[in-house]
Design a protein around this ligand. Sequence first.
Ligand SMILES: [Zn+2]
Ligand SMILES: [Zn+2]
Length: 169
Amino acid sequence: MEKAFKNYSVRIKIIDSPLSLLSSEYNREKRYYDGPAILERIYTLGKRKDYFRTLGIINKDIFSKDRNDIVFGIARLPRNEKYKKNGVALISLTQLRKKERNKPNWGEEFKKRIFKEALHELGHTFGLHHCKNECVMQFSNNLKKSDEKPFTFCKQCKNKLNTFFIQNI
Ligand SMILES: [Zn+2]
Ligand SMILES: [Zn+2]
């Protein structure tokens, strides 16, 4: 991740104290967690420490009302000033881990997916939207799409990213 943002000299800190999930965030019937509710708690945590961006990683399915579906990840766009200052994103590992378990290099595939989805959601926190170019910002709601998209931002998204950092750092 440091490499992906090397132009902006960001420091990455891994916080290994897990956030407990709340029973109010769990939908017993459908067996998934309320993504936006967890996202908001991560935001509060990140804001308290004044982290520029906070990325949560969860090992449960998360549901997004916006998509009306279980998603790989969610993020807040910096339209709102508070998310511009302390951005927040969340990715779920459960769906990314699925399928092709019998593939010999499955572990590698899984790691690649995690990286791509994390980068994608962080991209949203910097104001990037879904992109049709050869770009990590391509929308992916299935593993095939996730596997096919590249690890990097396209030129257009890179330019937008540059502009965001120039204006906000
Ligand atoms: Zn997206
Ligand atoms: Zn792009």
